[in-house]
Design a protein around this ligand. Structure first.
Ligand code: XMP
Length: 511
C-alpha cells in the first residue's frame, strides 16, 4: 500500500495497541511488530518513516530483558522510546537505569525544561500518565533532558546528534494532556510523514489486490450480519462480484427476526445462500449447562455445517474472514495471547481441513475504520452501528441449559429492550446492550394471582473495545418503562433487574 508507515516495536506493554490506535487516529498507517521478530526486513521498506519503541513490564538491566538491536539504530530513522522504550535507549547508550523507592503511577505533573520539536505548541506544565518503577539515574552524554516530573525524575530527553526522543510517560493514554499533540509532533514535525492513511484509497487498493489474486476462482464468506463480516463481504463483492458466495447460517441462537431480515436485505445485494441449522445446534446443546462447553459445541457445529455446505459447492479456493487488527496484534503479541477467560471461537477461524486460502481484507484495520469503509460502500447505518453480538449468540445469555422455550422468552424480552433503547435515543450511546435469562424463579403478583416466574437481567455497557467496560447509567424513566413492558408482555418473566457491574471484575456477557 502506498502510505507512509510507522513501526511500533512491542516490548510487551498493555498500551501497545493504544499507540497503534493513536497513530492511526492521526491518519498515519502503523504496524506493531513483536520485539522478538527478525527485524532485518525493516531496512528494505522505504515507506517506514519512524520507529516507536513501546513500553514493557521488564527492567532493562535484567539479564533476559528484551534489548534494543543495533539494527534499529542503523536504520537512521527517527525513534521515539516510550517508558521502557526510553529506558532501553538510555541503557543502550550507557546511561544508568535503576529501580528505587520513587515509582510513578497514574497522573503526574511534569515541567518542560528545554524546547523541543516533540513538544511544539505543548504547555510548559502538563499532567501526564506514568506507569514505571525504574527511572533514569544518569543520562548518556549524547542526550539532554527536556522535561522533569514533579518528583524531579527525567520524564523526557532527546539526542543532541540524531533524531532520537524518549518519554517516560505515556502520550498514547487519554489521561495525558496533549498526548495526541505530542504524537502528532513526532509524526509530522519529526518523521515528516506525508502520505497519509486514507480509507478511500484503501478500498480501491484492496479491491484491486483481491481481484488480481482471486482472478476467476471462487471465494466463500460466512455472513453473520455483524459489522465485520458484512463489510468484508461487500468489499470482496465489489472486487469479484458473483464469484463470492456468501452463506448465512441460522444457528437458532439469533435475536428475534434476525436471520429473516439478514436474508431479506442481503440477498438483493449479494450472492447469498441461507441454511437453517437451528435444529442441529439445539440438539447438540441439549443437557449442557457449562458455558465453555456451550461455546465449543456452537463453534464446532458451525464449522461442521459450514464445511458440509462448502464441500457441496464444488471447488472454492478462498475463504473470506473479517479478522481485525486488534485480534492480529493479540495473537502475535510477544507475550503470547492473553489467558483464556472465554474461548472466542471466531478469532481462531475456520479449520485448515477446508483447504482454502484465507483472505482477511481488514487485518490491518480497527473497528471504526471498518465502519467508515462500510459507510463508503453504502451499507446502511442500522447495520454499521449494531452492537457486537457473540458467536455463540443467545446460548450464552440463557444461563444454564438452553431450550427452545427459554430462547423464545429471551428473544421477546430482548426485542422489547432494544426497541425501547432506540425509542429513547439510547442505542447509539451504548456499546453493547442485551438481556440475560437467569435460572432463577421468583414470586410475583399479577392481578390478584400469585406468579412464580423467571428473572431477567438487563445489561448495558460503555466500552471502547470490549476489553474493559463500565455499566451504562441508564435514565430511570427508560429502565422503568423497559421493565414494565417486559413483565406485561412476556409471559414467564415477572422480575427485571439491572446489572451494575464493570469489567473487570465482571465480564460483559454473563457466561
Ligand atoms: P466478555 O464477556 O468476554 O465479552 O467481557 C467481550 C466481548 O466479546 C463478546 N463475546 C464473544 N464474541 N464469541 C464471540 O464472537 C464468544 O464466545 C464471545 N464471548 C463474548 C461479548 O459479546 C463482548 O462484546
Amino acid at each position: 500500500m502506498n502510505f507512509d508507515k510507522i513501526i511500533i516495536i512491542d516490548f510487551g506493554s498493555q498500551y501497545t495497541k493504544l499507540i497503534a490506535r493513536k497513530v492511526r487516529e492521526c491518519r498515519v498507517y502503523s504496524e506493531v511488530v513483536p520485539c522478538t521478530r527478525d527485524l532485518s526486513y525493516l531496512s528494505k521498506d522505504i515507506s517506514i518513516k519512524g520507529i516507536i519503541l513501546s513500553g514493557g513490564p521488564q527492567s532493562v538491566y535484567f539479564k533476559n530483558a528484551p534489548q534494543l538491536g543495533k539494527l534499529i539504530l542503523d536504520l537512521n530513522l527517527p525513534i521515539l522510546g516510550i517508558c521502557y522504550g526510553l529506558q532501553l535507549l538510555s541503557h543502550y547508550f550507557k546511561g544508568k537505569v535503576t529501580g528505587g523507592k520513587t515509582r510513578e503511577y497514574g497522573k503526574t505533573k511534569i515541567n518542560r525544561v528545554k524546547d523541543s520539536r516533540l513538544f511544539k505548541d505543548v504547555n510548559k506544565n502538563l499532567t501526564v500518565w506514568m506507569s514505571h518503577g525504574d527511572y533514569i539515574k544518569s543520562l548518556p552524554n549524547e542526550f539532554y533532558v527536556t522535561s522533569r516530573s514533579e518528583n524531579k525524575l527525567i520524564s523526557s530527553f532527546e539526542s543532541k546528534k540524531s533524531r532520537i526522543y524518549g518519554v517516560q510517560f505515556h502520550p498514547e493514554v487519554n489521561h495525558t494532556e496533549q498526548g495526541t499533540k505530542i504524537i502528532k509532533n513526532y509524526l509530522f514535525e519529526i518523521c515528516k510523514v506525508k502520505h497519509r492513511w486514507q480509507v478511500g484509497s484503501f478500498i480501491d487498493e484492496k479491491v484491486y489486490e483481491i481481484r488480481e489474486k482471486v482472478e476467476d476462482e471462487k471465494a466463500i464468506c460466512a455472513l453473520s450480519g455483524g459489522v465485520d463480516s458484512t463489510v468484508s463481504a461487500y468489499l470482496v463483492n465489489k472486487a469479484i462480484g458473483k464469484n463470492l458466495l456468501c452463506v448465512h447460517i441460522d444457528n437458532g441462537l439469533m435475536r428475534k427476526n434476525e436471520s429473516r431480515s439478514i436474508v431479506k436485505y442481503f440477498s438483493k445485494k449479494l450472492n447469498l445462500k441461507f441454511i437453517d441449522a437451528s435444529d442441529i445446534f439445539l440438539r447438540r446443546l441439549r443437557g449442557i449447562d457449562d458455558p465453555e462447553k456451550k461455546r465449543k459445541i456452537v463453534g464446532k457445529t458451525f464449522i461442521d455445517v459450514f464445511q458440509q455446505f462448502a464441500k457441496r459447492q464444488g471447488k472454492i479456493k478462498y475463504l473470506i474472514q473479517g479478522t481485525l487488527y486488534p485480534d492480529v496484534v493479540e495473537s502475535s503479541s510477544f507475550q503470547g495471547p492473553s489467558v483464556t477467560i472465554k474461548t472466542h471461537h471466531n478469532v481462531g477461524g475456520l479449520p485448515k481441513s477446508l483447504h482454502m486460502k484465507l483472505i482477511e481484507p481488514f487485518r490491518e484495520l480497527f473497528k471504526d475504520e471498518v465502519r467508515q469503509i462500510g459507510k463508503m460502500l453504502k451499507i446502511p447505518n442500522e447495520i454499521l452501528s449494531r452492537h457486537p453480538f457473540p458467536g455463540p449468540g443467545l446460548a450464552v445469555r440463557v444461563l444454564g441449559e438452553v431450550t427452545k422455550e427459554k430462547l423464545e422468552l429471551l428473544r421477546e424480552a430482548d426485542y422489547i429492550y432494544i426497541s425501547n433503547l432506540h425509542k429513547y435515543g439510547l442505542y447509539n450511546k451504548i456499546w453493547q446492550a442485551f438481556c440475560v435469562l437467569l435460572p432463577v424463579s421468583t414470586v410475583g403478583v399479577m392481578g390478584d394471582r400469585r406468579t412464580y416466574e423467571r428473572v431477567l437481567a438487563l445489561r448495558a455497557v460503555e466500552s471502547v473495545d470490549g476489553m474493559t467496560a463500565n455499566w451504562f447509567h441508564m435514565p430511570h424513566k427508560a429502565v422503568e418503562e423497559i421493565s414494565t413492558n417486559i413483565t406485561n408482555n412476556v409471559k414467564g418473566i415477572n422480575r427485571v433487574v439491572y446489572d451494575v457491574s464493570n469489567k473487570p471484575p465482571s465480564t460483559i456477557e454473563w457466561e
